[in-house]
Design a protein around this ligand. Sequence first.
Ligand code: NAD
Length: 311
Amino acid sequence: MNLQTTGKPVAVVGSGVIGRSWAVVFLRAGCPTALFDTDRAQLERASDWIRSHELEGREHLRVGDSLADAMKGAVYVQECGPEQLPVKQKLFADLDRVASPDSILASSTSAFDMTEIARDVRHPGRCIVAHPVNPPHIVPVVEVLGGERTDPAVVAATREFLHAVGQVPVLLRKHIHGFLLNRLQFALVREAVHLLKSGVTDLDAIDTVVREGLGLRWALLGPFAVADTNSDGGARTYFGGHEEWIMNLMNQLGPTPDFDKALIEGIGQALDAARGETPREDVRAWRDRMVVEIRRLKAENPLRKTQEQPL
Ligand code: NAD
């Protein structure tokens, strides 16, 4: 299984927020891309959205009339259906029946175990999780992991392919609910809610501390690599010199809060007030433009060689 060369046909199943963005990733890399969705109106909206991008390869977008039609010639399939286990199980069983026997079937699932998703599949060796970050055509990390029956050669080929189309695949050795990104994200959100609920501060202060503090460094270096730059002696003296207060602080972090409707409504109201008259769409478009700029600036990077994971 060699997908290293881009330019091979791929298929995207489900054309919502994630599916349409994956299509841009593949077209941009020169892969003829077939898109399919059971909702024809959504499929048309997604196609219009994709064609509205300044993309050299956009003429290679094809809209599938059926699941089987979309699979024609596809060597890699990115499933982007709803995040419901029975739906994904059925979709994978269908994909396995209609896709070419040697094509890879990758799921964008945010949480499910491929062992479960591929339960009813006849060829589970080719089924794999490739979990993107929203939107994948702007944010490159993809969490890659197989199920218990996934062929290791498929894991390697998926990684190579995602790398070749411009993404940054990160391999997980085993399934864990929420994978890496959402576990890290919600560890922070859990403590942020604890701080809000305890009356320590307000939502704006928490967003400011991340936006103007932690986030500036994290966009360049992860939490461990930041620690390595926080002390002249590196992480050993940063962590090592402060282990007592770090342990005390970790022991004081809050328990899991009730993530109830009232709390979520309160967060929504505070965010509406902070955004004022500015449309949310404008903020999102600005965010995506700035992420592209940050990635461009990050090309100048003394750690680039070691940050690029060897394939
Ligand atoms: P979405 O609801 O926007 O899109 C899902 C699409 O799938 C819809 O257009 C729907 O009509 C279509 N669909 C439903 N059943 C189908 C079927 N049988 N065949 C083909 N299409 C079908 O969802 P989304 O946010 O794009 O998420 C898609 C997947 O990506 C989910 O597994 C989700 O967990 C994952 N994901 C989402 C995000 C995010 O932030 N939205 C981030 C990472 C991963």
